[in-house]
Design a binder for this molecule. Structure first.
Ligand SMILES: *Cc1c(COP(=O)(O)O)cnc(C)c1O
Length: 343
């Protein structure tokens, strides 16, 4: 039985081109700055995002951690969305390891944070208060249906941050999905970010790795933060080789994943017993709710699994399906047929 695995875009396997690039990568000791393949990936990434320099990290979590540790000192405050990955899914690492105080404000359903909410959260100069240092945004926004934040919104946040002397970090794990969905250059989405991290190992298919981009000075300091986290890898060009293929061969095809996600969402919306918020589904993440009360998400997931379909249950009513490189339009037909047979 072929398995249609829609749990996450992290399950993507490296492409044949990646495996070749990994086997043939020229490598050196990257902690000595001597791995030519890592250097090439970092240069390519910085260039793509319109930044001076970049740093290869083991994961997206490490990319965010390294960035926050570099921007903030202990007791500094970070303003971020209450649905953000950094707040939800990273063990509170910025507080645990960096002493960075999180100040959450509501994420709107489209992943943005109202400018007035951001402005209202910025601290005045008062001995009682922590010092606001940074605004952290997420693009695309994972828990908000993978919504992309557009360049105009980034500019508004950039102006606010500029006015108050704050830094901006963008958790751009899926920034190339955002660029594809908005049909813009990824540079335009990164312009107001003092640092931006993106994942090579999700829709871009690499087996591991993320990249942080920023100024030369920022990246030099981030390199120290990466080392203290144990992220100084030696012949990391084996991984960076795959990352180069991600950047050169995998970004242009993301629109296909979005088309498949749209088709899936439309189909699910027509099934009685399910509800889909179609308005916010613009990339590869489809959240939907189970309305049929004699069925639990757990047992639905089990029944789908028996038909070779994997999705995630994220609560008693909430489900998630994510499209990626291994999912075809025909797979979506098969998934919709299975849903119909179960409802
Ligand atoms: C996956 C993800 C991360 C973390 O990446 P890992 O490589 O899993 O550590 C960070 N932010 C967002 C929005 C993500 O989706």
């Amino acid at each position: 039985m072929t398995v249609v695995d829609l749990r996450s875009d992290t399950i993507t396997q490296p492409t044949p081109a990646m495996r070749r690039a990994m086997a043939e990568a020229e490598v050196g000791d990257d902690v000595f700055g001597e791995d030519p393949t890592v250097r090439k990936l970092e240069e390519m990434a910085a260039d793509r995002l319109g930044k001076e320099a970049a740093l290869f990290t083991a994961s997206g979590t490490m990319g965010n951690m390294v960035s926050l540790l570099t921007h903030c000192g202990r007791g500094d405050e970070m303003i971020l969305g209450d649905q953000s990955h950094i707040f939800f899914y990273e063990q509170g690492g910025s507080a645990a390891l960096g002493g960075i105080h999180p100040r959450t404000v509501p994420n709107q359903p489209d992943g943005t944070i109202l400018i007035e909410d951001l402005e209202g959260a910025i601290r005045q100069d008062d001995v009682h208060f922590p010092v606001t240092r940074i605004i952290a945004l997420e693009n695309t926004h994972n828990r908000c249906c993978g919504s992309p934040l557009c360049a105009d919104y980034m500019k508004d946040v950039g102006n606010l941050a500029g006015k108050h002397g704050l830094k901006i970090h963008v958790d751009g794990a899926r920034i190339f999905n955002a660029a594809a969905a908005l049909d813009t250059d990824v540079k335009d989405l990164a312009e107001y970010a003092d640092s931006i991290s993106f994942c090579l190992s999700k829709g871009l298919g690499s087996p591991a790795g993320s990249v942080v981009c920023g100024t030369k000075d920022f990246i030099a300091r981030a390199r120290r933060a990466r080392k203290v986290l144990g992220g100084g890898m030696r012949q990391a060009g084996i991984l960076a080789g795959a990352g180069i293929i991600s950047l050169t061969q995998m970004t242009e095809r993301l629109a296909e994943d979005h088309e498949n996600a749209g088709k899936l969402a439309q189909g699910l919306a027509h099934i009685e017993g399910l509800s889909v918020d179609l308005a916010n589904i613009k990339t590869n993440i489809v959240f939907f709710d189970l309305k049929k009360h004699d069925l639990s998400t757990e047992s639905l997931v089990k029944q789908l699994e028996e038909q070779g379909i994997r999705i995630l249950a994220l609560g008693p009513r909430k489900l998630r399906a994510v499209t990626h490189y291994h999912i075809s339009s025909k797979d979506i037909d098969h998934v919709l047929d299975s849903f119909k047979s179960l409802f």
